[in-house]
Write a protein that binds this ligand. Sequence first.
Ligand code: MBD
Ligand code: FE
Length: 284
Amino acid sequence: MSDATLKATAAASGASATERFLTDKTVQTEAGTDAARVNTLVTEVITAVHDVIRRHQVTYDEYNALKSWLIGVGQDGEWPLFLDVWVEHVVEEVAATGRGGSKGTIEGPYYVPGAPALPATSTLPMRENEAGTQLLFQGQVTGVSGEPLGGALLEMWQADDDGLYAQFAPGIPEWNLRGSVVADADGRFAVTTVQPAPYQIPTDGSCGRLIAAAGWHAWRPAHLHLKVYAPGHEPLTTQLYFKGGDHIQDDVASAVKPELVLDPRPAPGGGNEVVYDFVLDPAS
Ligand code: MBD
Ligand code: FE
């Protein structure tokens, strides 16, 4: 493991994820002021907690353990991580109802807007001798009738060969393995990158303590993140995984779908290559 791996702490990545979320101008922090809706949702959540306490005869020791753990999640800045790992997949499932284009999945806590713009055929920003198997990732963006979406934008971000994300772990160049790729006039793209490693959520923070206390594991399968956009179309947020990779069947974030699993083949020039096309729904 690299030095960067050793110094990546829950508190540091949590603080970065919290800061990133709170400063994202595109995130609405109030969904509306409909008191009836707030009343319904919050009452049902609180009632569900009451039900669990009664059904399992929860003790004061357990209540206080919960209270100190919840405080710790905030102190560690791990609310983005906790919510995106254990809650977001159901929000995405509901949001995707009725969509006809490519399947998507959760965004997670490590998207950063504004990655460097790159042409349709390009290499993601990476260090000299970036570790990992080279991957040529190519495809086409179309609408639901197969019409090419020229000039579509593909924002890509991923972990490196140590499973670490630039801007959320120390010692990695700011935009490493992050880019905003502009597809060509036929909606085609060909991006060279390296295959990411599986991602382990921080074990030294509050989410890690929960995982250890419950006897779970902390792993996500290796994945590429993408947001795909074209004018007049619904944006697609997705992740792509690697066939046969560890934790495809037991992702801690429950975000794998069969349509999202790549099967790269050895490329003639070395490394691997894979084709994956994106279909965007018309804007609603
Ligand atoms: C990740 O890299 C991720 O994609 C998600 C969803 C949660 C935690 C870490
Ligand atoms: Fe991720």
